[in-house]
Design a protein around this ligand. Structure first.
Ligand code: CAA
Length: 379
């Protein structure tokens, strides 16, 4: 489906595809098995402009559109969904939010490093008692005049162990509920800020996910993003774009598993025939291709809306809902098509199936996307 992509967008897609084949595919199995952080690859992706794709060149970014970003996310995710979540959080949750809502001083200080991959960002909303119910923030940012005193715990934080810049949502005035939340920039190494142990995960194992602890952390008010009480709105607006990045990740995972399944179906024989010529396998592949195409249309539509400056809450929730469902179903069928080989690491699809599951959970579960869709439809 290339009919409305520009030559520049196609070039970005092709260069991401080439990069992923040459630099992410070698070692992807070992990084997953050992839970190894892809330091070299993240540096390379920064140098190639993949870590700040939509950031204006005046802040050191690539100045590309959302469509180019989702195309690159799809290609990177086809090969390595751990690398792509690191990229997605940095691009759409951290760089985008800072560029859109940060002060000139904040952009000047952080964006060039974040966009070039020299710095890494993390987005800290989830808490032990505030996952889906994000406005129930327990982390406190007590107003102390010219600064806040931050106390609390964040968990399931992607890039948690390697980030330099953390965007942290915290409650200043609980009486105001979601309107009492602030978004604060907290740097690695700030006294009282500690990174807990790395989570052992089912999938995206070479990305890192940590619990963060804040104990009497002093954060200057100059580190607040936007006006007092803007934090929840900031998180929701930023997450709408983040969900599109995850939808593109899910699309890439599904496409990657589908391509491996087609190749396998064309070389593996049973009962004297290629398995692709058995209707049982051909029908699976037909459904997989159609579900992927529907996901791609939803992802590209949401990207196009974002590039037009239109609201994307509904479109990105639909894209994430469908693409993550497609990713889970397609990768599961890919394992089935590969039979016994599908269950061993060398064939890649078992990793893709494990990686796909998180796309139905992070940046808003499937059920949260359904809630946003229902609200968006006025139901
Ligand atoms: N844009 C701007 N403002 C918004 C908004 C949006 N999309 N959605 C809500 N708001 C504002 C509104 O101004 C609203 O104020 P009003 O009362 O004036 O209307 C206020 O926020 C409260 O909104 P709701 O009443 O809709 O809030 P809610 O408590 O019902 O929650 C929700 C809504 C959509 C369920 C939200 O809690 C949510 O998105 N939950 C999921 C959280 C999530 O996605 N977590 C992922 C963590 S990040 C992550 O996973 C990153 C990673 O590391 C990979």
């Amino acid at each position: 489906m290339e009919f409305f992509l520009t030559p520049e967008q196609l070039m970005i897609r092709d260069s991401a595809r080439e990069y992923a084949q040459q630099h992410l595919l070698p070692g992807v199995i070992e990084r997953d098995l050992n839970g190894t952080w892809p330091q070299e690859q993240i540096e390379q992706m920064g140098q190639l402009g993949f870590m700040g794709m939509m950031v204006d060149p005046q802040w050191g970014g690539s100045g590309l559109d959302t469509m180019s970003y989702v195309l690159a996310m799809e290609e990177i995710s086809k090969i390595d969904a751990s690398a792509s979540v690191i990229m997605s959080v940095n691009n759409s949750l951290v760089c985008w939010g800072l560029e859109k809502f940060g002060s000139a001083a904040q952009k000047e200080k952080y964006l060039p490093g974040l966009a070039s991959g020299q710095l890494l960002g993390a987005f800290c909303l989830s808490e032990p008692e505030a996952g889906s119910d994000a406005s129930s923030q327990k982390t406190k940012a007590e107003d102390q005049g010219d600064h806040y005193l931050v106390n609390g715990t964040k968990n399931w934080i992607t890039n948690g162990g390697h980030a330099d810049v953390y965007l942290v949502m915290a409650q200043t005035d609980a009486r105001l509920k979601s309107k009492g939340i602030n978004a604060l920039i907290i740097e690695k190494g700030t006294p009282g800020f500690e990174v807990g142990p790395k989570e052992q995960k089912m999938g995206i194992r070479s990305s890192d996910t940590h619990t963060l602890q804040f104990t009497d952390v002093v954060v200057s008010k100059s580190h607040r993003i936007g006006e007092e009480g803007f934090g929840f709105s900031f998180a929701m607006k930023t997450l709408a774009g983040g969900r599109l990045g995850i939808a593109a990740q899910a699309l890439g995972l599904a496409q990657g598993a589908y391509e491996r399944s087609v190749a396998y179906a064309k070389q593996r024989k049973t009962f004297g025939q290629l398995i692709g010529s058995h209707q049982a396998i051909a029908f699976k592949l037909a459904k997989m291709a159609t579900d992927i195409e529907a996901a791609r249309l939803l992802v590209y539509k949401a990207a196009q809306l974002k590039d037009q400056g239109a609201p994307i809450d509904l479109a990105s929730a639909m894209a994430k809902y469908w693409a993550s469902k497609a990713a889970m179903e397609v990768t599961t069928e890919a394992v089935q098509i590969h039979g016994g080989n599908g269950y061993v690491v060398e064939y890649h699809v078992e990793r893709m199936m494990r990686d796909a599951k998180i796309t139905q959970i992070y940046e808003g579960t499937t059920e949260i996307q359904q809630m946003i869709i229902a609200r968006g439809l006025g139901i």
